[in-house]
Design a protein around this ligand. Structure first.
Ligand code: TRP
Length: 337
Protein backbone atom coordinates (compact mmCIF):
# COMPACT_ATOMS: atom_id res chain seq x y z
CA UNK A 1 0.00 0.00 0.00
CA UNK A 2 1.16 3.45 -0.83
CA UNK A 3 1.77 5.55 2.22
CA UNK A 4 1.33 9.19 1.55
CA UNK A 5 2.97 11.92 3.57
CA UNK A 6 0.62 13.95 5.68
CA UNK A 7 -0.08 17.62 5.04
CA UNK A 8 -1.87 19.85 7.51
CA UNK A 9 -2.87 23.41 6.98
CA UNK A 10 -5.40 25.78 8.42
CA UNK A 11 -7.03 29.06 7.63
CA UNK A 12 -8.85 31.60 9.74
CA UNK A 13 -12.49 32.17 8.89
CA UNK A 14 -13.05 35.41 7.05
CA UNK A 15 -15.91 35.84 4.63
CA UNK A 16 -15.14 36.48 0.99
CA UNK A 17 -12.20 34.85 -0.74
CA UNK A 18 -10.08 37.03 -3.01
CA UNK A 19 -7.52 36.16 -5.66
CA UNK A 20 -4.73 36.94 -3.18
CA UNK A 21 -5.98 34.18 -0.83
CA UNK A 22 -6.69 31.86 -3.72
CA UNK A 23 -3.42 32.09 -5.66
CA UNK A 24 -1.38 32.59 -2.47
CA UNK A 25 -2.66 29.54 -0.58
CA UNK A 26 -5.93 27.85 -1.43
CA UNK A 27 -5.04 26.82 -5.00
CA UNK A 28 -2.01 25.10 -3.53
CA UNK A 29 -4.25 23.24 -1.07
CA UNK A 30 -6.31 22.01 -3.99
CA UNK A 31 -3.20 20.80 -5.85
CA UNK A 32 -1.63 19.11 -2.81
CA UNK A 33 -4.66 16.86 -2.51
CA UNK A 34 -3.31 14.85 -5.44
CA UNK A 35 -0.09 13.76 -3.80
CA UNK A 36 -0.56 14.00 -0.05
CA UNK A 37 -2.88 12.86 2.66
CA UNK A 38 -4.35 16.29 3.41
CA UNK A 39 -6.17 17.69 6.42
CA UNK A 40 -7.35 21.28 6.25
CA UNK A 41 -8.89 23.14 9.17
CA UNK A 42 -11.05 26.20 9.44
CA UNK A 43 -9.75 27.48 12.73
CA UNK A 44 -12.48 29.23 14.66
CA UNK A 45 -10.76 28.93 18.04
CA UNK A 46 -7.96 31.02 16.57
CA UNK A 47 -10.43 33.60 15.33
CA UNK A 48 -11.55 34.40 18.90
CA UNK A 49 -8.17 35.77 19.92
CA UNK A 50 -9.02 39.26 18.67
CA UNK A 51 -12.27 41.03 19.62
CA UNK A 52 -14.96 39.44 17.43
CA UNK A 53 -18.67 39.01 16.84
CA UNK A 54 -19.94 35.47 17.66
CA UNK A 55 -22.72 35.44 15.07
CA UNK A 56 -20.41 36.71 12.39
CA UNK A 57 -17.79 34.12 13.34
CA UNK A 58 -20.17 31.23 12.74
CA UNK A 59 -21.37 32.75 9.47
CA UNK A 60 -17.82 33.24 8.30
CA UNK A 61 -16.89 29.65 9.11
CA UNK A 62 -19.63 28.27 6.86
CA UNK A 63 -19.05 30.86 4.19
CA UNK A 64 -15.37 29.94 4.05
CA UNK A 65 -16.16 26.23 3.92
CA UNK A 66 -18.58 26.74 1.02
CA UNK A 67 -15.93 28.82 -0.74
CA UNK A 68 -13.26 26.18 -0.20
CA UNK A 69 -15.56 23.51 -1.60
CA UNK A 70 -16.44 25.75 -4.56
CA UNK A 71 -12.80 26.16 -5.59
CA UNK A 72 -12.05 22.45 -5.35
CA UNK A 73 -11.05 21.45 -1.82
CA UNK A 74 -12.63 18.07 -1.08
CA UNK A 75 -15.12 17.84 1.78
CA UNK A 76 -13.43 14.78 3.27
CA UNK A 77 -10.26 16.81 3.90
CA UNK A 78 -11.97 19.63 5.76
CA UNK A 79 -12.80 20.08 9.41
CA UNK A 80 -14.01 22.82 11.71
CA UNK A 81 -11.57 23.27 14.57
CA UNK A 82 -14.20 23.68 17.28
CA UNK A 83 -15.76 20.35 16.27
CA UNK A 84 -12.46 18.77 17.31
CA UNK A 85 -12.15 20.06 20.89
CA UNK A 86 -9.07 17.86 21.46
CA UNK A 87 -7.08 20.69 19.87
CA UNK A 88 -7.66 22.78 22.97
CA UNK A 89 -6.90 19.92 25.32
CA UNK A 90 -3.59 19.26 23.60
CA UNK A 91 -2.86 22.93 23.56
CA UNK A 92 -3.09 23.07 27.37
CA UNK A 93 -0.68 20.20 27.64
CA UNK A 94 1.65 21.94 25.17
CA UNK A 95 1.52 25.14 27.21
CA UNK A 96 3.48 23.24 29.77
CA UNK A 97 6.08 22.22 27.19
CA UNK A 98 6.47 25.66 25.69
CA UNK A 99 8.92 28.29 26.78
CA UNK A 100 7.33 31.55 27.91
CA UNK A 101 10.34 33.45 26.63
CA UNK A 102 10.10 31.98 23.15
CA UNK A 103 6.37 32.70 23.01
CA UNK A 104 6.94 36.31 23.91
CA UNK A 105 9.35 36.68 20.99
CA UNK A 106 6.75 35.77 18.34
CA UNK A 107 6.56 38.61 15.84
CA UNK A 108 2.93 37.94 14.97
CA UNK A 109 2.03 38.45 18.63
CA UNK A 110 3.97 41.67 18.77
CA UNK A 111 2.29 42.94 15.58
CA UNK A 112 -1.21 41.94 16.58
CA UNK A 113 -1.01 43.26 20.12
CA UNK A 114 0.33 46.49 18.65
CA UNK A 115 -2.67 46.64 16.28
CA UNK A 116 -5.07 46.17 19.20
CA UNK A 117 -3.42 48.95 21.13
CA UNK A 118 -3.74 51.34 18.22
CA UNK A 119 -7.50 50.91 18.05
CA UNK A 120 -8.21 53.54 20.65
CA UNK A 121 -11.66 52.20 21.55
CA UNK A 122 -10.44 48.68 22.10
CA UNK A 123 -7.04 48.13 23.60
CA UNK A 124 -7.94 44.71 25.01
CA UNK A 125 -5.22 42.13 24.42
CA UNK A 126 -6.34 38.63 25.26
CA UNK A 127 -4.12 35.91 26.69
CA UNK A 128 -5.41 33.91 23.72
CA UNK A 129 -3.55 36.07 21.29
CA UNK A 130 -0.35 35.42 23.21
CA UNK A 131 -1.02 31.70 23.36
CA UNK A 132 -2.18 31.38 19.77
CA UNK A 133 1.02 29.68 18.47
CA UNK A 134 0.63 26.90 21.04
CA UNK A 135 -2.83 26.13 19.71
CA UNK A 136 -1.33 26.19 16.23
CA UNK A 137 1.29 23.66 17.36
CA UNK A 138 -1.55 21.46 18.61
CA UNK A 139 -3.32 21.77 15.22
CA UNK A 140 -0.24 20.46 13.50
CA UNK A 141 1.05 17.82 15.89
CA UNK A 142 -2.33 16.33 16.72
CA UNK A 143 -2.42 14.90 13.15
CA UNK A 144 1.31 14.05 13.14
CA UNK A 145 1.72 16.15 10.02
CA UNK A 146 4.92 15.75 7.99
CA UNK A 147 4.44 18.98 6.09
CA UNK A 148 2.76 22.30 6.67
CA UNK A 149 2.27 24.47 3.59
CA UNK A 150 2.47 28.01 4.91
CA UNK A 151 4.12 31.27 3.97
CA UNK A 152 7.31 32.78 5.35
CA UNK A 153 5.35 34.69 8.00
CA UNK A 154 4.55 31.40 9.72
CA UNK A 155 8.11 30.04 9.85
CA UNK A 156 8.56 31.22 13.44
CA UNK A 157 5.41 29.36 14.51
CA UNK A 158 6.67 26.19 12.83
CA UNK A 159 9.95 26.50 14.69
CA UNK A 160 8.04 26.83 17.96
CA UNK A 161 5.98 23.77 17.02
CA UNK A 162 9.14 21.72 16.50
CA UNK A 163 10.55 22.94 19.81
CA UNK A 164 7.40 21.88 21.64
CA UNK A 165 7.52 18.47 19.96
CA UNK A 166 11.19 18.01 20.84
CA UNK A 167 10.69 19.06 24.44
CA UNK A 168 7.75 16.72 24.80
CA UNK A 169 9.64 13.83 23.22
CA UNK A 170 12.62 14.45 25.46
CA UNK A 171 10.63 14.69 28.65
CA UNK A 172 8.58 11.55 28.04
CA UNK A 173 11.65 9.70 26.76
CA UNK A 174 10.17 8.67 23.43
CA UNK A 175 10.37 9.96 19.86
CA UNK A 176 6.62 10.28 19.81
CA UNK A 177 5.99 13.37 17.68
CA UNK A 178 7.21 13.74 14.13
CA UNK A 179 8.96 17.08 13.64
CA UNK A 180 6.91 18.82 10.95
CA UNK A 181 8.53 20.72 8.12
CA UNK A 182 7.39 23.74 6.21
CA UNK A 183 6.35 22.88 2.67
CA UNK A 184 7.44 25.69 0.41
CA UNK A 185 5.88 26.07 -3.00
CA UNK A 186 6.69 28.98 -5.25
CA UNK A 187 3.42 30.89 -5.09
CA UNK A 188 2.62 34.23 -6.65
CA UNK A 189 2.41 37.13 -4.26
CA UNK A 190 -0.68 38.94 -5.42
CA UNK A 191 -0.64 42.69 -4.92
CA UNK A 192 -3.53 45.15 -4.82
CA UNK A 193 -4.32 46.29 -8.36
CA UNK A 194 -5.19 49.72 -6.97
CA UNK A 195 -1.86 50.01 -5.18
CA UNK A 196 0.66 47.41 -6.36
CA UNK A 197 3.07 48.26 -3.55
CA UNK A 198 0.79 46.58 -1.01
CA UNK A 199 -0.55 43.04 -0.76
CA UNK A 200 -4.05 42.30 -2.01
CA UNK A 201 -6.08 42.31 1.19
CA UNK A 202 -9.55 42.88 2.49
CA UNK A 203 -8.50 45.04 5.38
CA UNK A 204 -7.18 47.76 3.05
CA UNK A 205 -10.66 48.38 1.60
CA UNK A 206 -12.92 47.48 -1.34
CA UNK A 207 -10.68 48.47 -4.21
CA UNK A 208 -7.70 46.61 -2.81
CA UNK A 209 -9.04 43.11 -3.40
CA UNK A 210 -10.85 41.20 -6.14
CA UNK A 211 -13.25 38.56 -4.91
CA UNK A 212 -13.03 35.22 -6.73
CA UNK A 213 -16.84 35.19 -6.78
CA UNK A 214 -17.30 38.78 -8.00
CA UNK A 215 -19.50 39.62 -10.98
CA UNK A 216 -17.74 39.48 -14.31
CA UNK A 217 -18.29 43.21 -14.85
CA UNK A 218 -16.66 44.05 -11.54
CA UNK A 219 -13.61 41.90 -12.19
CA UNK A 220 -13.15 43.47 -15.62
CA UNK A 221 -13.55 46.96 -14.20
CA UNK A 222 -11.02 46.35 -11.43
CA UNK A 223 -8.45 44.99 -13.86
CA UNK A 224 -9.11 47.79 -16.32
CA UNK A 225 -8.38 50.38 -13.67
CA UNK A 226 -5.27 48.57 -12.38
CA UNK A 227 -2.30 50.84 -11.77
CA UNK A 228 0.48 50.13 -14.29
CA UNK A 229 3.11 52.85 -14.41
CA UNK A 230 3.36 55.62 -11.90
CA UNK A 231 5.78 57.69 -13.95
CA UNK A 232 8.77 57.25 -11.66
CA UNK A 233 9.91 54.02 -13.24
CA UNK A 234 13.55 53.05 -13.39
CA UNK A 235 14.46 52.38 -17.03
CA UNK A 236 14.59 48.67 -17.79
CA UNK A 237 12.85 47.62 -14.57
CA UNK A 238 9.29 46.35 -14.79
CA UNK A 239 6.90 48.37 -12.66
CA UNK A 240 5.20 46.69 -9.71
CA UNK A 241 1.79 47.10 -11.32
CA UNK A 242 2.78 45.49 -14.62
CA UNK A 243 4.60 42.72 -12.77
CA UNK A 244 1.47 42.04 -10.76
CA UNK A 245 -0.65 41.79 -13.92
CA UNK A 246 1.83 39.35 -15.46
CA UNK A 247 1.78 37.31 -12.23
CA UNK A 248 -2.00 37.16 -12.30
CA UNK A 249 -1.96 36.11 -15.94
CA UNK A 250 0.45 33.28 -15.24
CA UNK A 251 -1.43 32.22 -12.11
CA UNK A 252 -4.68 32.01 -14.05
CA UNK A 253 -3.01 29.46 -16.31
CA UNK A 254 -2.82 31.57 -19.49
CA UNK A 255 0.72 30.55 -20.29
CA UNK A 256 0.61 31.13 -24.07
CA UNK A 257 -0.77 34.57 -23.69
CA UNK A 258 1.75 35.21 -20.91
CA UNK A 259 4.66 34.26 -23.19
CA UNK A 260 3.33 36.36 -26.07
CA UNK A 261 2.73 39.48 -24.01
CA UNK A 262 6.06 39.09 -22.24
CA UNK A 263 7.75 39.05 -25.65
CA UNK A 264 5.87 42.25 -26.49
CA UNK A 265 7.15 43.77 -23.27
CA UNK A 266 10.72 42.75 -24.05
CA UNK A 267 10.43 44.37 -27.47
CA UNK A 268 8.93 47.51 -26.01
CA UNK A 269 5.65 47.11 -27.82
CA UNK A 270 3.37 45.95 -25.04
CA UNK A 271 0.00 47.65 -24.89
CA UNK A 272 -1.29 47.70 -21.32
CA UNK A 273 -4.82 47.40 -22.63
CA UNK A 274 -3.92 44.02 -24.21
CA UNK A 275 -2.30 42.80 -21.00
CA UNK A 276 -5.31 43.88 -18.96
CA UNK A 277 -7.78 42.25 -21.34
CA UNK A 278 -5.87 38.96 -21.11
CA UNK A 279 -5.71 39.08 -17.31
CA UNK A 280 -9.42 39.88 -17.06
CA UNK A 281 -10.25 36.95 -19.39
CA UNK A 282 -8.14 34.60 -17.29
CA UNK A 283 -9.67 35.64 -13.98
CA UNK A 284 -13.22 35.72 -15.32
CA UNK A 285 -12.91 32.19 -16.73
CA UNK A 286 -11.78 30.87 -13.34
CA UNK A 287 -14.35 32.89 -11.47
CA UNK A 288 -17.19 31.62 -13.65
CA UNK A 289 -16.37 28.02 -12.81
CA UNK A 290 -16.17 28.84 -9.11
CA UNK A 291 -19.46 30.74 -9.16
CA UNK A 292 -21.23 27.91 -10.91
CA UNK A 293 -20.02 25.45 -8.32
CA UNK A 294 -20.82 27.83 -5.48
CA UNK A 295 -24.43 28.28 -6.55
CA UNK A 296 -24.83 24.52 -6.70
CA UNK A 297 -23.46 24.33 -3.14
CA UNK A 298 -25.68 27.12 -1.87
CA UNK A 299 -28.72 25.39 -3.37
CA UNK A 300 -27.85 22.29 -1.31
CA UNK A 301 -26.40 23.92 1.77
CA UNK A 302 -27.76 21.43 4.20
CA UNK A 303 -26.21 18.47 2.44
CA UNK A 304 -22.82 20.18 2.29
CA UNK A 305 -23.00 21.19 5.95
CA UNK A 306 -23.67 17.57 6.83
CA UNK A 307 -20.68 16.47 4.79
CA UNK A 308 -18.42 18.85 6.71
CA UNK A 309 -19.82 17.72 10.05
CA UNK A 310 -19.20 14.11 9.05
CA UNK A 311 -15.65 14.79 7.87
CA UNK A 312 -14.93 16.72 11.07
CA UNK A 313 -16.13 13.72 13.09
CA UNK A 314 -13.95 11.35 11.06
CA UNK A 315 -10.91 13.58 11.38
CA UNK A 316 -11.63 13.92 15.11
CA UNK A 317 -10.93 10.20 15.52
CA UNK A 318 -7.27 10.78 14.61
CA UNK A 319 -7.10 13.67 17.07
CA UNK A 320 -8.63 11.59 19.87
CA UNK A 321 -6.11 8.84 19.26
CA UNK A 322 -3.21 11.28 19.60
CA UNK A 323 -4.57 12.92 22.75
CA UNK A 324 -5.13 9.51 24.27
CA UNK A 325 -1.49 8.54 23.63
CA UNK A 326 -0.20 11.92 24.79
CA UNK A 327 -2.11 11.72 28.09
CA UNK A 328 -0.69 8.29 28.62
CA UNK A 329 2.85 9.49 28.01
CA UNK A 330 2.35 12.64 30.08
CA UNK A 331 1.19 10.81 33.17
CA UNK A 332 -2.37 12.11 33.07
CA UNK A 333 -5.42 10.09 34.02
CA UNK A 334 -6.70 8.36 30.98
CA UNK A 335 -9.72 6.21 30.22
CA UNK A 336 -9.78 4.36 26.92
CA UNK A 337 -12.68 5.56 24.78
N1 TRP B 1 -1.63 31.03 12.06
C1 TRP B 1 -2.09 30.75 10.73
C2 TRP B 1 -2.31 32.09 10.00
O1 TRP B 1 -2.37 33.11 10.62
C3 TRP B 1 -3.37 29.96 10.75
C4 TRP B 1 -3.18 28.62 11.37
C5 TRP B 1 -3.71 28.20 12.56
C6 TRP B 1 -2.39 27.56 10.86
N2 TRP B 1 -3.35 26.92 12.79
C7 TRP B 1 -2.54 26.49 11.79
C8 TRP B 1 -1.62 27.40 9.70
C9 TRP B 1 -1.89 25.27 11.58
C10 TRP B 1 -0.97 26.17 9.52
C11 TRP B 1 -1.10 25.12 10.45
O2 TRP B 1 -2.42 32.07 8.79
Amino acid sequence: METRKKVLSAIQPTGNMHFGNYFGAVQNWVNLQESYDCVYGVVDYHAMTMPYNPKKLRENVWELLFNLLAVGVKAEHLFIQSLVPEHTELSWIFNCFCSYGQLSRMTQFKDKSQQSKQKADDSFISAGIFDYPVLQAADILIYKADFVPVGKDQEQHLELTRNIAERFNKQVGKDYFVLPETLYTELPKVMSTADPTRKMSKSAGEKHYISVFADEARIRKQIKSAVTDTGDQVAGVMSAGVQNLFNLLKASGRLDSYAGLMADYDHDRLKYSDLKAAVADGLVTMSNQFKERKSEILANKKEYKNQIKASSAAIRKQAQQTVQEVKDLAGLANVKY
